[in-house]
Design a protein around this ligand. Sequence first.
Ligand SMILES: CC(C)(COP(=O)(O)OP(=O)(O)OC[C@H]1O[C@@H](n2cnc3c(N)ncnc32)[C@H](O)[C@@H]1OP(=O)(O)O)[C@@H](O)C(=O)NCCC(=O)NCCS
Length: 264
Amino acid sequence: MKVIDLTDEHKQLYFMCLEDWSEEMKEAGEHKQIWYNKMRDRGLRVKLALDDTGEVGGMIQYAPLEHAFAEGKDLYFIYCIWVHGYKKGRGDFQKQGMGKALLRAAESDAKEKEAKGMVAWGLSLPFWMKASWFKKQGYSKVDKQGMQVLLWKPFTDNAIPPKWVKEKKKPGAIPGKVTVTASVNGWCQAQNIVCERAKRASAELGDKVVFREIDTFDNEVLSEWGISDALFIDEKEIRTGPPPSYKKIKRLIARKAKRVQESA
Ligand SMILES: CC(C)(COP(=O)(O)OP(=O)(O)OC[C@H]1O[C@@H](n2cnc3c(N)ncnc32)[C@H](O)[C@@H]1OP(=O)(O)O)[C@@H](O)C(=O)NCCC(=O)NCCS
C-alpha cells in the first residue's frame, strides 16, 4: 500500500468521494469541483491511499484551518478522511491500515509546512466520522457543538486550541411562503446532495416555496451564519447527516406549503 498526492488521473474519482458507482453522487452538482478549484490556491492538500495493485481505496483532504469552519491559527484542518468501505464499486478497503497511513502522511505534511497542530472533526455518534477514531489516533476533544466534536493534535507547546465557529444566524421566514434555505460550502458531497435535492424539490413545489442558497465558502458569509452546511425549512434546521432522501425532503417542504396554503 502507498499514499500519494492527488493526480489528474484520479481527480474525477476524488470529486465523487471514490464512489464512482453511486447514483446519488450524480445528484451532487458541481459544488465540490468548484470548491476544489478555489481551495487549491489556499493550501488544500489531497492524498490518496493505493493498494498493492494500484487501486485507490482511501482519501484525505485537509487545508489551513483559517479556510475552514473552525477558528484557530497556524493549524491544519482535516475536512474528511474516507476509506471506501462499501462492497459495491471498488470494494471494502477498511481495516487494512489505509486510514492510519493517510492520517500519518497528512500530519507529516502539515508538520513540514510548519503547522503547529492538526485539527479534525467527528461525531459523538457511532456512525460517519467517529470522534472516537481520532481519539484512538492521539487526538483530544477541544470543543463541541451539538453532536459535532472538534479534536486536535498539537505538534508544538505553543499551539493554541481551536474552537468551532458558532451557529448564529437563522434564516428569516417570509409571510405566506415557505422558505427553504440551504447553506453550502462545497467540500462535502453528502451536503452538496442535500442542497441540490432541496433546490429541485422547492422548484417542483411551485411559487409558495422560496429557495435560497447561501454560499458559505466566503469567510464573511460563514461567520455571519456560523454554519457551513445546513438545510432550513423556514427557521427549522433539518438533520442532514446522512442526507435525507429526495422524497423525504420534498415531503417536509410540501407539508409546510400545505399549512401555508390552508392558513391563507
Ligand atoms: C475511520 C477510517 C478512516 C479508518 O480507516 P481504516 O483504513 O479502516 O483504518 P485502519 O485500518 O488504518 O485502522 C486504524 C485503527 O483504527 C481502528 N479501526 C478501524 N476501523 C474502526 C472502526 N470502525 N471502529 C473502531 N476502530 C476502528 C483499527 O483497529 C486500527 O486501530 P489501531 O490504531 O489500534 O491499530 C475508515 O473506517 C472510514 O473511512 N470510516 C468512515 C469515515 C467517514 O464517514 N468519512 C467521511 C467523513 S465526511
